[in-house]
Design a protein around this ligand. Sequence first.
Ligand code: ZN
Ligand code: ZN
Length: 150
Amino acid sequence: MARNPKARAVSHPPLFTTFKPAGVAATKLATITLELDEYEAIRLADYEGLEHEEAAEMMGISRSTFTRLIERARKKMALMLVEGSKVVIDGGSVHFKENVYQCKACNHRFRARIHEEEKECPLCHSSELIDFAKGFGHGSCCHHTEEEGA
Ligand SMILES: [Zn+2]
Ligand SMILES: [Zn+2]
C-alpha cells in the first residue's frame, strides 16, 4: 500500500479522447474535461452495469467517493448532451491496470501489460504501434496498480 492513496485504478486507457457535436465550429464550443477517473466510473457503473460497491472496489476507493465521482461524471455528460459541449478525456489522479495498443499497419488492437512496452504487433509484427497509456502520459508509473490485482 505504498502508492499514492489518491490515485485511482482505471482498468485500461479509453480508445477515444475527444467528442464534439456535429456541424458546429470547434471555436464556438465550450470544452468539458472528463477526467480519467470520471470516465472509469461511467464505464463501470453505466456501461458494465456494476453495483457502486463493486465499481468502487475495482477503482480502490470508498463507495461514497465513487458515488460523488459518478455524479460529477454524469453531470458533465448531461451538459455535453444538452448544451452541445466538446468533451476531452484527460487528467485525473489515476493509474492504469492494463495497456491497449493499436497497430498502425493492420489496425489490430490488443491489450498488454502496463509497465512493459510492447515492441511489435503480435499479428503482422509491425513496430508501428499506438500506445494508448502513453497518450495519457502513463505507462511505467502504473506498475503498482497492476500488482494490486483483484
Ligand atoms: Zn499489425
Ligand atoms: Zn500511471
